[in-house]
Structure formats: structure tokens, C-alpha cells
Design a protein around this ligand. Structure first.
Ligand SMILES: NC(=O)c1ccc[n+]([C@@H]2O[C@H](COP(=O)([O-])OP(=O)(O)OC[C@H]3O[C@@H](n4cnc5c(N)ncnc54)[C@H](OP(=O)(O)O)[C@@H]3O)[C@@H](O)[C@H]2O)c1
Length: 275
């Protein structure tokens, strides 16, 4: 069934998701965007997407409403929408980091169909990874719609407990920064070994891209791929022995535990600041 998707907040994420849907042959007539800034809406209007400054009008014409504003403004955005929401009951797909379903239910009222999702920055280049959690009221057809919207910019995986959204945040939400740090370290180490910056950078980036490409297309896991490129007594084994000796896996476990705990804390702070 064809459904209409409205985005509240025409910023980076809404632009990426709408772009992904259009690239997947979603017709622009099925999309709408609202934002207080006229400039934010111009490029969308030029593509044939309905644009408005009025969030109520947007909810009125959408079957799925993607909440794509900063977490700090969620309360002021949703409170005026309570009446129209109760009347139309669209599916809410919230990508606002840290805002819980109970916080959203408090603002909009009732037993509503809501999906809380956590995309990541590579969604901006259509290569994102999102985790999402559905409220009890979400019907299977609605879950598929939310999945289709998120998967338009990469992969989307459902989690079965809302608490796991903090683990998603620690893994794929913050994960691009971990990968950038590893690449930064490889580039610097390559330069320390005598390579010029341009060469070290290009070799690092293509190696990361190539390894990721092999990992996503291979039938075997990353542990097996690593074993296959680690010959006994070879150069890779020498490098991995240093990393293992320094406890690299432990460092990741501790780092991601810290990110997960911080996501929980920030969510509680946001919850406390909502009316
Ligand atoms: N970017 C990421 O990689 C990423 C990853 C995961 C989750 N998220 C989440 O995605 C959400 C959006 O992030 P973003 O990076 O796309 O932010 P953004 O670029 O700042 O976009 C938010 C847009 O919402 C607009 N806005 C503000 N008040 C509004 C209102 N009352 N009604 C309608 N629109 C309003 C903003 O306008 P003004 O600029 O005028 O305020 C802005 O254009 C955030 O909650 C963030 O936590 C983002």
C-alpha cells in the first residue's frame, strides 16, 4: 500500500532519508517536509516534495511522520501536535537521539504507534546503519514502513527491548568515530614509517573501504577473514600480537560500555527536562 511520509525538521537527516527514498523510486508526491526556515525547504520543493512551515498541516497529510528535529526541541514541537495526532494517529518514527517512547507518549498522549530509531552519520552518504524499536501499538505493516524508510539509507535492524537502543548508540551511533580514529592512527603510523601524507591517507582509506567491502560481501565472519590474512610468522601476525598484547578487544569493550552508560544518562537527562 502506498503511504505518505512527512518529515518534521528538514535538516541533514531528513534530507538524507528523503534522498534515499527518492533514489528507491519513492515518488516525491508521497513526501512532505516542514521546517521554520524557508531556505531549508527550497531544495525539497524543487524536487516536487510538499513543503510547509506548519507542522499540523504536515501531520494532517502523512501516514508516517518522521521526527527529525534536535532532541532539545522535541517537547515544543510535539505539544502543539497532540490534538491532530490523536485525531489522525499516524505512525511516529522518531530519530531524535535519546528520546524514549514513554517521553514521546507523554507528549502526544495515548497508546500510539511509535518507532524509536537511531541512525548514524554515514546515512548522509546512503551507507548508514540504524537500529529501531517498536511500541506495542505498531502493526506489522507500519513496522515494514518504518523499516523501508530507514533502509533507504543503509541497513536497518530491529531490537526487541528499548534498553538496547543505548547499545545501538554505543555500537553504530558512535561507531563511525571509532573507525575514523583507527584510520587516523593507521595514517599517522604509516607516516611515521616514512610514507608521505597523501600516500598514507590514500592507502589507509582504501584499505578500510576494501576490508569493509570484503566483510559485507563475504559468506564468512570477520574473525575468519582476519585469520585468512594472518600467515603464521608473517607481518600481520607481528602487528596483531602487539594489538592483542595491549588488550585491544578489552579497550573496545570498555569504551563501548562507557558510551552505552553515557547514552542512558543523557536519555534520563532529556526525560527529566521534558514536561
Ligand atoms: N546527523 C546525524 O548523524 C544523526 C545521527 C543519529 C540521530 N540523529 C538525530 O536526528 C535528528 C536530526 O538531526 P540532524 O543532524 O538532521 O539535525 P539538523 O540538521 O539540525 O535538522 C533539524 C532541523 O529541524 C528544524 N527545526 C527546528 N525547530 C523546528 C520546528 N519547530 N518544526 C520543524 N522543524 C524544526 C531545524 O531548523 P533550525 O536549523 O532553524 O533550528 C533544522 O532544519 C536529531 O534529533 C539527532 O539526534 C542525527
Amino acid at each position: 500500500m502506498s503511504y505518505c511520509v512527512g518529515f518534521i525538521g528538514a535538516g541533514n537527516m531528513a534530507t538524507a532519508l528523503a534522498g534515499g527514498l527518492l533514489a528507491h523510486n519513492f515518488s516525491p508526491e508521497r513526501l512532505a517536509m516542514s521546517d521554520p526556515r524557508p531556505q531549508a525547504l527550497e531544495e525539497h520543493a524543487a524536487k516536487g516534495i510538499f513543503t510547509t512551515h506548519d507542522n499540523i498541516e504536515l501531520v494532517r497529510r502523512s501516514d508516517v511522520v518522521v521526527l527529525a528535529v534536535k532532541p532539545q526541541v522535541v517537547t515544543e514541537v510535539l505539544i502543539p501536535l497532540r490534538a491532530i495526532w490523536q485525531e489522525r494517529q499516524p505512525l511516529l518514527l522518531s530519530i531524535a537521539a535519546g528520546i524514549t517512547l514513554s517521553g514521546l507518549q507523554n507528549l502526544l498522549g495515548g497508546h500510539l504507534a511509535m518507532v524509536r530509531a537511531m541512525p548514524n552519520t554515514p546515512a548522509l552518504v546512503q551507507c548508514g546503519a540504524s537500529g529501531y524499536f517498536c511500541s506495542d501499538a505498531v502493526q506489522e505493516a507500519q513496522r515494514r514502513q518504518a523499516h523501508e524508510i530507514l533502509a533507504a539509507v543503509g541497513v536497518a535492524l530491529r531490537v526487541e527491548q528499548e534498553e538496547l537502543m543505548d547499545a545501538v548508540t554505543a555500537l553504530s551511533g558512535s561507531g563511525p568515530a571509532y573507525c575514523f580514529l583507527v584510520m587516523e592512527a593507521m595514517q599517522a603510523a604509516g607516516m611515521a614509517l616514512g610514507l608521505d601524507e597523501r600516500t598514507a591517507r590514500a592507502l589507509t582509506l582504501q584499505t578500510a573501504l576494501g576490508a569493509a567491502q570484503m566483510a559485507v560481501t563475504s559468506a564468512v565472519g570477520v574473525d575468519e577473514l582476519r585469520r585468512r590474512v594472518t600467515s603464521p610468522g608473517g607481518t600481520t601476525e607481528a602487528a596483531l600480537a602487539v594489538m592483542n598484547g595491549k588488550g585491544l578487544k578489552d579497550i573496545f569493550a570498555q569504551a563501548m560500555q562507557a558510551a552505552c552508560s553515557r547514552a542512558t544518562e543523557l536519555g534520563e537527562m532529556l526525560q527529566g527536562s521534558q514536561v
